[in-house]
Design a protein. Structure first.
Length: 576
C-alpha cells in the first residue's frame, strides 16, 4: 500500500512539474513568440492595414496581460492608432468569492491620428469592417443627441432586470496619450493635438448603486489645457450625473482656418479662449451651464473664402468685448429629459442660435443689458422720440441718452452715429401750426380787435379779400356767421397752405441730432466715438418722431481699411 502511494505521489509530482514546465514554456516561449505573430497576421487580415506588435506577455499565475508596441499603419505606412503599452491585471483570489475583479486596466502612450479627408470621411472608418458598418447605415431615422432611459427601464441586478455577475474594475488608466486631429476638408488645413493625456476611471462595477468617477487631464496644442471630471451612477434610474469640462489658455490663432472660412478674415496672434461647462442630471432634469471667455480677440488679414458669410462679425465682437478685451458669454440650458421630444444637441443649438440672433437683430438690447440701472423700457433703446415739430427731449428720453452713453463706455470698440430725422408731413404740420399760433398771438397783442378779426386779417393777407368773403358765405346763415367753424377752417387752410419746406425740416432734424450729441458729450463720452449722421426721412410712430442710432466699429488705424469693421447696426438691423 505504501509503495502504491509512493508511486502515485511520484506521478503527481511529475504531472505538477510537467504542468509547471508547460506553463513556463507557454508563458516564456509560445505566448511571447506566437502572440505577436498571431496579432500581426489576424489584425492585418481583419483590418486590411499593416499591424505591428513588439511583444506580448501573459502571466496566468498573476492573471496579468501586457502588450507592448502595437501600431496600426495606413497605406503610406503612417501611424493611425497605436500605444506603447497595454496592461490588464486581474485578481485570482476574487474568483474564490465568485466575483470578477480587474484591479487595473490601462494604456500607456496611446497615439491616435484622426484625419477628416476632403470628402468629409474620417480616416479611421477604414478600420471598421464593412459588415459592421451596414447596420449603422440602415438606421438613418434614429434621433441623435443625449438620451437616457426613462424611470421604468430595467436595471442590472434589479428586481425587474437581468442578473449580472458581480464584477469590478478598480481602475481604468490612460497615461501619456496623444490624439492628433487634422481637417483636410478645409483650406488651409487645420490641425490640433491633445497631448499628455491622463485618464483615471474608478468605481466601475455591476452593482446597482455603483458610482463611477472620471478624471481627465490633457494639454491642447501649445498652451491650452483640458480638464474633465464626472461622477455618474449608470444603473440608477432615472440617471444621475454631474460633470464639469474646462478648456483654458487655448490660442485662438489656431482657429484661423474655421474663422477664415466663415468670416473671410484670419485671427490675430494673442487671442485666448477659455471654456467651462457644468452639467447636472437628476430626476430626469438637465441643468447645464456653458461659459465662454475670449480674451484679446482681433480679426487679422483678409482670407479668401467662397463660404464667407455677409454678417457683421466685427461689430458683434465689438458689442461683446469689454474694456479689458474680454468677451464673456454664458449659455444656460435647462431641459426635461422625460419628454419624448428631448434632444440635447438640438436644445443647445437653439439656445446658441437665439443668443447670436439677438446680437444681430437686437444689438441695443444686448448693449443696454450691460447697465444694471437701465430698468424697464430699455428694450427699444435704438431710438429716442421727439414730439412733431420740436427739438425738445422729454425727461425719459434724456435718461435713455445717459444710459446709452454709460453702456458705450464699457464697449470701447463701438462708435455711435446719430441719425438726424424728420417726418415730412407730421413735422411740417406741427411747425406750421406753431407758426400760426405765434403769429396770431403776436397780432392779438398789437390790436384791440378780438381773435376772430385777427383770423380774418391773416386769411385776407394770405389768400385775398374776395377769397375770404367767398369762404365766409359758406359759414353764413341769414345774416349770422358761424365764427367758430369759420375760424377752424381759416386755421386749417393757412396751416396746410404750401408744400413742406425741406430746408426747414432738415434744419429741425439736425437740431434734434445736435441736442442728443451735446447730451452724450456732456456725459464725458469720447467725441471721437460719436458723430452726426445724414438727415433721413422717417414716419411718426405712436405720435412721436423717432431718431435712430447706428452702432459701428470704432475706426482706428487697424480697422479703417477693413471691410469687416465698416458694418453697422441700425435699429437692430445690419447695414453696410
Amino acid at each position: 500500500m505504501l509503495s502504491i502511494l509512493k508511486k502515485i505521489g511520484k506521478i503527481l509530482v511529475r504531472v505538477i512539474i510537467g504542468v509547471f514546465v508547460f506553463c513556463l514554456f507557454l508563458v516564456y516561449i509560445v505566448i511571447p513568440i506566437g502572440s505577436p505573430w498571431l496579432i500581426k497576421w489576424q489584425g492585418t487580415k481583419l483590418l486590411s492595414h499593416p499591424v505591428q506588435v513588439r511583444s506580448v506577455w501573459f502571466n496566468p499565475f498573476a492573471m496579468s496581460l501586457t502588450i507592448k508596441g502595437l501600431k496600426i499603419l495606413d497605406a503610406d505606412k503612417q501611424l493611425m492608432v497605436g500605444f506603447d503599452r497595454f496592461w490588464a491585471n486581474a485578481s485570482f483570489l476574487s474568483l474564490l468569492k465568485k466575483q470578477y475583479r480587474i484591479e487595473s486596466l490601462g494604456i500607456d502612450g496611446l497615439n491616435v491620428n484622426v484625419v477628416l479627408l476632403p470628402d468629409n470621411q474620417v480616416n479611421l472608418l477604414v478600420l471598421v469592417p464593412k459588415q459592421a458598418q451596414a447596420p449603422a447605415q440602415a438606421l438613418p431615422s434614429q434621433p441623435t443627441g443625449l438620451t437616457v432611459p426613462n424611470s421604468t427601464s430595467t436595471v442590472p441586478n434589479g428586481k425587474n432586470g437581468p442578473q449580472l455577475p458581480v464584477a469590478f474594475v478598480d481602475s481604468i488608466i490612460l497615461k501619456n496619450g496623444q490624439v492628433t486631429f487634422t481637417d483636410k476638408a478645409i483650406a488651409p488645413g487645420f490641425t490640433t493635438r491633445l497631448s499628455a493625456m491622463d485618464l483615471n476611471i474608478t468605481g466601475v462595477s455591476t452593482l446597482p448603486d455603483c458610482q463611477v468617477k472620471t478624471i481627465f487631464k490633457s494639454s491642447l496644442d501649445e498652451k491650452g489645457t483640458v480638464n474633465i471630471e464626472s461622477l455618474i451612477k449608470p444603473f440608477v434610474q432615472p440617471l444621475q450625473m454631474e460633470a464639469t469640462f474646462s478648456l483654458n489658455n487655448y490660442a485662438m490663432r489656431a482657429l484661423t482656418p474655421y474663422v477664415g472660412k466663415y468670416t473671410g478674415h484670419a485671427v490675430k496672434e494673442g487671442g485666448k479662449l477659455d471654456v467651462r461647462v457644468n452639467y447636472r442630471i437628476a430626476d430626469n432634469k438637465l441643468v447645464a451651464g456653458h461659459k465662454v471667455l475670449v480674451q484679446r480677440f482681433n480679426f487679422g488679414e483678409k482670407v479668401e473664402s467662397k463660404d464667407a458669410l455677409s454678417l457683421p462679425f466685427g461689430l458683434a465682437v465689438a458689442l461683446l468685448e469689454d474694456p479689458q478685451g474680454r468677451i464673456d458669454v454664458s449659455l444656460p440650458v435647462h431641459g426635461d429629459m422625460s419628454d419624448p421630444k428631448f434632444e440635447y444637441f438640438h436644445l443647445l443649438g437653439q439656445v446658441a442660435a437665439n443668443f447670436f440672433m439677438k446680437l444681430v437683430t437686437a444689438p441695443f438690447k444686448v448693449l443696454f443689458a450691460l447697465v444694471p440701472s437701465a430698468g424697464v423700457g430699455t428694450e427699444e433703446m435704438g431710438t429716442i422720440s421727439f414730439a412733431p415739430g420740436v427739438s425738445v427731449l422729454a425727461d425719459a428720453d434724456k435718461q435713455k441718452v445717459e444710459i446709452l452713453a454709460k453702456a458705450l463706455k464699457v464697449r470701447p470698440k463701438l462708435s455711435l452715429e446719430i441719425n438726424s430725422s424728420y417726418d415730412n408731413e407730421e413735422d411740417w404740420k406741427a411747425m406750421k401750426t406753431q407758426a400760426f399760433e405765434d403769429e396770431s398771438a403776436a397780432r392779438f397783442k398789437e390790436t384791440s380787435f378780438g381773435d376772430f378779426r385777427v383770423y380774418e386779417d391773416m386769411y385776407k393777407l394770405k389768400f385775398g379779400v374776395h377769397v375770404y368773403w367767398a369762404l365766409a358765405r359758406k359759414y353764413t346763415q341769414g345774416k349770422k356767421i358761424d365764427e367758430q367753424a369759420l375760424k377752424a377752417e381759416i386755421k386749417r387752410q393757412i396751416i396746410e397752405k404750401g408744400a413742406p419746406d425741406k430746408l426747414a425740416l432738415e434744419a429741425l432734424a439736425q437740431k434734434r441730432a445736435q441736442l442728443v450729441y451735446d447730451l452724450i458729450i456732456a456725459s464725458g463720452f469720447d467725441s471721437a466715438r460719436v458723430k452726426l449722421g445724414a438727415v433721413r426721412k422717417t414716419q411718426v410712430s405712436m405720435g412721436q418722431v423717432p431718431l435712430e442710432f447706428t452702432l459701428t466699429v470704432f475706426e482706428t488705424a487697424e480697422t479703417v481699411s477693413d471691410p469687416i469693421g465698416k458694418v453697422g447696426y441700425v435699429q437692430g438691423e445690419s447695414s453696410s
